[in-house]
Write a protein that binds this ligand. Sequence first.
Ligand code: NDP
Ligand code: 2IT
Length: 450
Amino acid sequence: MSYAQRVMDRLSVIKAGEPEFLQAAREVLLTIAPLVDKDPKYEKHGILERMVEPDRSINFRVTWLDDKNQVQVNRAWRVQFNEALGPYKGGMRFHPSVNLSVLKFLGFEQTFKNSLTGLAIGGAKGGSDFDPKGKSDAEVMRFCQTLMTELFKYVGPTMDVPAGDIGVGGREIGFMVGQYKRITSLHDGVLTGKGVVWGGSLARTQATGYGAVYFAQNMMEGVGKTLEGKKCVVSGSGNVAIYAIEKLHQIGAKPITCSDSKGYIYDEAGVDVKILKQVKEVERARLTRYQELRPSAKYVAADSYPKGRNGIWDVPCDVAFPAATQNELNGADAAALLKNGCQCVCECANMPCDEAAMEAFLKAKICYSPGKASNAGGVATSQLEMAQNASMVKWTFDEVDKKLHGIMKDIYTAAAETAKEFGDPTNLVMGANIAGFKKVASAMIDLGAI
Ligand code: NDP
Ligand code: 2IT
């Protein structure tokens, strides 16, 4: 039996209670088998056994007082997965669904994603089962301050550099950095995604969504097509979705949807980004509010979706951008997209397509990119923020955006060329996994048995 399969089989037994982590590990291990089974050095150095085990997972309690002075308790983690390429780097997620399995899948993915950026950053992820929805600013602040009172022991600009993810945006980063400074008096830029007047990088807010669109442009050009004029279905309505929609408008494509966990908006004339920002960034409201402000748009509630389906994927489109969360697009959703003639699926979220959906897209040989390649623009720009902080300089929006363009092109080229080298040119999942893995593995071999 192949080395990758043996490691995977053992992992499935010992981590049976971690379904999201097993899903992410299976995707990587089984697609890199053609490389690791050919060269005995990987098994000799125990690379796979080491790669599937985080360097450490820190788990702590966050006790905070709500506005009624009631004691509230949440669980929080930082999973430091792999530091072979550089300091741990990856976001913090605040969502009730957060648990160790989810953060391990994200930290594992992050390790290969960060490698693909070509920058010297290792992989990590953290977060809490805290739900910022419906909490006052003061409650969110108290929660973030208490979380950082524990987390500050484990982070640092050359050690571990957290950032945002689901439920963690500029407001939460501000409160966490504020508490970090209060405790340490250090102004070392320890988190990324900071406000632009206190150490943040221009274009970081836009970077994940913009970067994903740049990646999709590269994929389409690779098959002699363009995104211009294409009908695009985007899911989610958070940081990534908003800026993917904004960039799609700028390049002449037509984004016609957005969604949250309660339903989706179908806006035939094209999603109005100004209204979407007002609803989500300013009012922190639900998408029913978008429909109120834009009566020509249609709102479809999630409880009317067919059983076992995510209704947004029934909207006919040329290109799909899943930008909400893991496993939001399943095999039946993929079949609906393909039936309606979808030519390209660009993953913006982390692992938004489940295994059946991924297989369907690969089999149909449409343009399909794994999130670790197409959503890497966010973390890459975080590293650009680290570079600016370390050298005490500030780059213009255009300078950062230009670098982001180059990084996304390089990731596409690395994935596409590797896919070709391993005999399956349209399989960017395999191409990205092998290209990302190779660098981490080679660093681990150089650094010795640790
Ligand atoms: P936000 O919190 O800004 O937005 C998340 C969006 O996804 C919201 O519309 C939310 O709807 C929806 N969503 C979240 N959880 C669920 C769920 N269980 N079911 C249905 N919808 C859900 O997060 P981001 O935009 O930052 O992140 C979106 C995705 O992109 C995530 O997978 C994240 O890991 C990934 N990503 C983010 C990066 C970044 O820089 N921010 C970088 C790379 C990847 P609702 O409000 O109803 O919960
Ligand atoms: O999934 C991701 O890449 C992120 N949430 C961004 C991580 C970062 O460090 O900017």
